[in-house]
Ligand binder design. Sequence first.
Ligand SMILES: [Zn+2]
Length: 134
Amino acid sequence: MALWEDIAKSAKDAAAYTVKKTEELTSIAKIKMSIRSEENNLDKCFSEIGSLYYAYQRQGEDHTSEIAALLMEADQVKEKIKCLRDSLAKLQKSVICPGCSAQVTTEYEFCPLCGAKLKDAATSGEQKNTDDEA
Ligand SMILES: [Zn+2]
């Protein structure tokens, strides 16, 4: 009977959906963890830069090259964090505000925090409806 096939199909779909959701949640958790650990790395970088600079100011020790290396490292870590935040935002169906870097869901056209115009990711989906009719 067709009804049973429908029920079986929707049960299968629901199971597939749950698996997909679980996978999404797992990767969201993983990305969040990575962001946290990269932020720790960044803090370590900054505090090392600070203490080297202090030693330079107070004891006249020259740490210029070490500080330069740490600055480079901090740049790389910052870039990593940015990439991680981007992928997290994509998984959570949101965008990163170009104005204040806040994570905003795609339902907004403008950032609720700073008012900056958000990417057109949200509006491109709406435009599809008019294309279908044309
Ligand atoms: Zn903003």
